[in-house]
Write a protein that binds this ligand. Sequence first.
Ligand SMILES: [Zn+2]
Ligand SMILES: [Zn+2]
Length: 267
Amino acid sequence: MKLSGTDKPSAFFLYHLMWEALDWIYPPYCGGCGQFGNRWCETCQSSAENLPAEICPICGNPQPGGTVCHRCTDEPPAFRQLRSVFIFKGPVRNAIHRLKYDRDMGLGESLSKHLIDLAKSLNWPLERVTTVPLSNAHLIERGYNQSNLLARPLALALQIPFIPQAIKRTRETRSQVGLSAKERDINVREAFWANANLVKNKTVVVIDDVTTTGSTIRACASALHAAGALSVYGLTLARAVLQDFSNNPADDAHQPGEVTASHLPIF
Ligand SMILES: [Zn+2]
Ligand SMILES: [Zn+2]
């Protein structure tokens, strides 16, 4: 994001500068390891694990041979593709929990650079950026939607509008923890509504911090299509893959209780 000649500073650059300035006032601790001095340190970045190369071309879940998985074959999702940057473990899990529960807002800007890199490499024909909405109860309790902190800098970097109000929840859903993929689908089915005025005839990407089975983004994609969206893509910072899922399910439905801060370093 260097400026040269008569270039005007971009909105993304100014957003980045704002967080840099806040770092001077409130020096940060790393969201992954707790070390003082960086919001997201080099060590944590290099130890964060990416998804394997062989994934389902639709839902992005690890899949030997890179073939379409059974779930996408049996029940094709309304989204075109869903992709994630990291496996939900280690420093990535710590950072997401800190972003979500510890009001570490600046961490969103640091982590978003990975989403931006992935989005640019995928080259999807995106026109709008939106996020999975929190339930009203969680929005009141938390005060912010952590996915918006990832999505806003992404939209600024891609220079397309960010419309966080595009999807609303129509009902509360129970925690997805402990549910099978099928049960998760049922739990969030028709739990969302999308605003046609904002998404009609647009290609929309839905951002979330972490996904497990993709059920929530499936449900959001269905709502967007019902509102006339042209096509829908999904992008998450992390994904809980099978080996993690049995022990440490991710918060696919944004409910508290399934994750605790007990495994986090003490900051
Ligand atoms: Zn670190
Ligand atoms: Zn699939």
